[in-house]
Design a protein around this ligand. Structure first.
Ligand code: NAI
Ligand code: MG
Length: 392
C-alpha cells in the first residue's frame, strides 16, 4: 500500500539533503507520496511558531516523517528576528524538533554509528609498529523526551520554585544568590521513561546479536536520575541472559570510545548524555555527514540526520554537503515499516560508493568546506546521490 510521508526539510542544508533522500527512496522503488510540511526558522519569524499546528496535524494523520534540520538561536537572537507585528506579544522560541519529540512522545531515539569499509574518515589507532582500523558498530539509544532537555528551567525562578528547592539541604550553598542571578535547568527522569529506553536497547541487542548493553550515566554524582537508570537496567538485564550489562560514566565513556570503540555494542543513556555519546561515536565513523537517527514513539516516528542546518553552507550552489546521513535516516524509516530489503539495498549501494572511493564529498576528503572544494576533486551533494543511485 502506498505510504504517505510528511517531509519536513526545515532550514539551511535540511532543505538540500531531504530531497536527495527522496530521490534515493524513489530509485529503490519505495512507493510513497510526500507531503511538504512547514517547520523551522522562517515560521518562527513570520508566525511566531517554528512548529505550526498544521504540521503537527499532518504527522498526527500520516504517522511517518522525514526531517532535515532546523536552525535554533538563543532566546535574545530569536526575539530580535521575530516579525515586528509579533514582537512583545509573548511569543517564545522553542526548538521545533525538541517540540515534535515531546508532542508525540517520540521517546526512543536510535543512533547507529557503524563504519563503512574504506571511509577515509574512519577512526584509526596507532599500534607499536603501524596503524589499525577497528570496525565500529555501536548503536546509541537516547531517551529523547526527558532529562536535561525536558525544558523545565528558569532564569530568575519564581518564589514557589525557589521555596520548594530550599527544602533541599544542598540549596544552602546558593542561599546568598539573588533569584535574578540564578539559572536552573532540571534533569527529571521517570521510571517508565527509563524502562522504555532500556528495554528497547536490550530488545535491539537481542534482535541483532549484540552481546553487551552499556548504560552510560554518572550514578556516583547524579545519584537520583542516573541511579534510577542504572537500577532499572539491572532489573531488565536479568531477562536477557545472553547479553552483558556494562556501565560506564559518561565522562569516562568519552575517553574509552577514543581508545577501544569496537568493544561497544548497544549503549543507552538519558537525553543529553545520549546526544553527547552519539556525536562522539559519529566522529569515529565519518562525522556528521554519516550520522543518522530515528525518533520513535508508540504511534508516530520521525527520521532525521543528527547534523544541524549548517547555515554557512546553505547558500553554496552547487551544494557541497554530504547527503549520506539523511539517506541513512531514510533507510531507518524503511526498516521501521518493514521495508528492510530496500533499506539494505540502499546501504549496500552507499557502502560500495564509499569503498570505491571515486566519488567523495568535501568532508570525506578532509577539506575545509567552501565553494572551492570542487577544484580538489570533491563531488556535489547531487553527484553523491546520483552515484548511490547508480549502485543500487
Ligand atoms: P551543524 O551540524 O549544522 O554543523 C556543524 C558542522 O558539521 C558544519 O560546519 C559542517 O562542517 C559539518 N556538517 C554538518 N552536516 C554536514 C553534512 N551533511 N555534510 C558535511 N558536513 C556537515 O551544527 P552547528 O553548526 O552547531 O549548528 C548549526 C545550526 O543547526 C544551529 O542553529 C543549531 O541550533 C542547529 N542544529 C539543529 C539540529 C537539528 O535540526 N536536529 C541539530 C544540531 C544543530
Ligand atoms: Mg547533537
Amino acid at each position: 500500500m502506498k505510504k504517505t510521508i510528511v517531509a519536513m526539510p526545515g532550514d539551511g542544508i535540511g532543505k538540500t539533503v531531504l530531497p536527495e533522500s527522496v530521490k534515493v527512496l524513489d530509485a529503490v522503488g519505495f512507493d510513497a507520496e510526500y507531503i511538504q510540511a512547514d517547520i523551522g526558522w522562517d515560521f518562527w519569524c513570520k508566525e511566531g511558531n517554528a512548529l505550526p499546528q498544521r504540521t503537527i496535524d499532518l504527522l498526527e494523520k500520516h504517522k511517518l516523517g522525514l526531517f532535515g534540520a532546523i536552525t535554533s538561536k538563543p532566546k535574545d537572537a530569536a526575539s530580535k528576528e521575530l516579525d515586528p507585528s509579533l514582537k512583545d506579544k509573548g511569543y517564545v522560541y522553542f526548538s521545533p524538533i525538541v517540540g515534535l519529540r515531546q508532542h508525540f512522545n517520540l521517546d526512543i531515539c536510535i543512533r547507529p554509528c557503524q563504519s563503512f569499509k574504506g571511509n577515509p574518515l574512519n577512526f584509526i589507532r596507532r599500534t607499536n609498529s603501524s596503524f589499525e582500523e577497528p570496525i565500529v558498530n555501536a548503536v546509541i539509544f537516547r531517551q529523547n523526551t526527558e532529562g536535561l532537555y525536558a525544558g523545565v528551567e528558569w532564569t530568575n525562578p519564581p518564589k514557589v520554585v525557589r521555596d520548594a528547592l530550599e527544602t533541599h539541604p544542598k540549596m544552602k550553598a546558593f542561599k546568598h544568590v539573588p533569584s535574578e542571578d540564578m539559572a536552573i535547568s532540571t534533569r527529571i527522569v521517570s521510571r517508565d521513561g527509563c524502562r522504555r529506553i532500556i528495554r528497547e536497547a536490550f530488545e535491539y541487542a537481542k534482535k541483532f546479536g549484540y552481546t553487551n548493553v552499556t548504560v552510560c550515566e554518572k550514578p556516583n554524582v547524579l545519584r537520583e536520575t542516573s541511579g534510577m537508570m542504572y537500577s532499572e537496567a539491572r532489573i531488565i538485564a536479568k531477562e536477557y541472559p545472553g547479553i552483558q550489562l556494562w556501565d560506564t560514566n559518561i565522562d569516562a565513556q568519552m575517553m574509552w570510545l577514543t581508545k577501544n570503540p569496537e568493544i561497544y555494542g548497544v549503549l543507552v543513556a538519558e537525553n543529553m548524555f545520549g546526544d553527547i555519546i552519539s556525536d562522539g561515536f559519529a566522529g569515529l565513523v565519518g562525522g556528521l555527514g554519516f550520522a543518522c537517527s530515528a525518533n520513535i514513539g508508540k504511534d508516530v516516528a520521525v527520521f532525521e540526520p543528527t547534523h544541524g542546518s549548517a547555515p554557512k553552507y546553505q547558500e553554496l550552489n552547487p551544494s557541497i554537503v554530504n547527503p549520506i546521513a539523511m539517506i541513512l535516516s531514510a533507510c531507518m524509516m524503511l526498516d521501521h515499516i518493514g521495508e528492510n530489503e530496500k533499506a539494505d539495498k540502499i546501504r549496500k549501494a552507499i557502502a560500495k560508493v564509499i569503498e570505491e572511493g571515486k566519488v567523495k564529498t568535501y568532508d570525506m576528503m578532509k577539506l575545509k568546506g567552501g565553494p572551492d572544494v570542487f577544484k580538489y576533486g570533491a563531488c556535489t551533494t547531487q553527484e553523491m546521490t546520483e552515484e548511490i543511485i547508480k549502485n543500487l
